[in-house]
Design a protein around this ligand. Structure first.
Ligand code: R5P
Length: 290
């Protein structure tokens, strides 16, 4: 039986149908001051259930998932598998400056305290997600699906827009059967501001695919597109699992010159964003690991 928080309802229906299982019912409401209320309506006593929920801001998405897991446990569920199509605070996986803390470790602890007995995350920022959890935790990669519609010509260049994307870009190149990979060096002088450091000159390549785990403001991808275009690359595709798409990120990326932007359905997208994107489904990949 699959339960979902409100943000992931559409994906939960697709997963339930692909898995041939039933959807569980739960009620989610807000009090006048904004606090959340969650009530499980289906009988879960003694059952193994799934609690599905992406957790981007606002933090209420986290509250919904944690409350759902706890409500399932307090109503007698034997095991709760938490599935996070998008893991919010996943980028908080390391300390960069003195005084910071590892946000991912805290949200991992919260999932465990709420009652999750297993955790599944789609394409997390941290490669080894299991080291943040004490319960079994694993990642589902949907890179194959994201790249399934790409025509890999011989001169296709696979681009990691920063070092963190290097491993993903390497895997993408193997899937696409190309061997040209370039890794850009990115710095962030301020939050949400991106600068690429000078790097190897790209010659003779006409097509490129930029691969990343997520698009937030679009700054990273736009910087990579500009660098590629300055090197004469004209046919540019962007493939990223999670379309957070803050502000007008999708529009910015298309205006910068991306011919196509592929994201997945781990996060909902608006109708106007849909017109600028290709959306790949993740339900089948998630069902395979449940
Ligand atoms: C960073 O480590 C991530 O992998 C993404 O590159 C980054 O979060 C994208 O953010 P933005 O779209 O705001 O540049």
């Amino acid at each position: 039986m699959i339960f979902s928080t409100p943000i992931s309802t559409q994906l939960a229906k697709k997963i339930a149908s692909a898995a041939g299982t039933t959807s569980g019912h739960a009620e989610f409401r807000s009090f006048a001051d904004g606090e959340r209320y969650v009530r499980v309506l289906s009988n879960v006593r003694g059952r193994s259930v799934v609690a599905l929920g992406s957790t981007p801001p606002p933090a209420e998405n986290w509250i919904d998932l944690l409350f759902l897991i706890r409500a399932l446990k307090e109503n007698g569920a034997r095991r709760v598998t938490a599935v996070l199509p998008y893991l919010g605070y996943g980028r908080g996986d390391h300390v960069e400056k003195k005084g910071e803390m590892i946000a991912l470790r805290l949200v991992a602890n919260l999932l465990e305290s709420a009652g999750a007995s297993r955790v599944i995350v789609v394409d997390p920022h941290a490669a080894e997600i299991s080291r943040f959890f004490r319960v079994p935790a694993s990642a589902v990669s949907i890179l194959d699906g994201l790249l399934s519609k790409i025509e890999a010509g011989a001169d296709l260049l696979t681009v990691a827009p920063d070092r963190g994307a290097a491993e993903r870009a390497g895997r993408a190149a193997r899937i696409l059967g190309t061997n040209q990979v370039v890794v850009f060096k990115k710095i962030r002088p301020r939050p949400n501001v991106v600068r690429l450091l000078p790097g190897k000159v790209i010659r003779g390549t006409k097509s490129a695919i930029i691969v990343d785990d997520m698009i937030d403001t679009g700054g990273t991808v736009v910087a990579a597109i500009r660098r590629l275009r300055a090197s004469g690359v004209r046919n540019i595709t962007v493939a990223a699992t999670h379309g957070i798409l803050s502000r007008d990120a999708a529009k910015k990326i298309r205006l910068a010159g991306a011919a196509s932007v592929i994201v997945s359905d781990t996060l909902p997208v608006t109708e106007s964003q849909k017109r600028l994107l290709k959306i790949v489904g993740t339900a089948e990949a998630i069902v395979r690991v449940l």
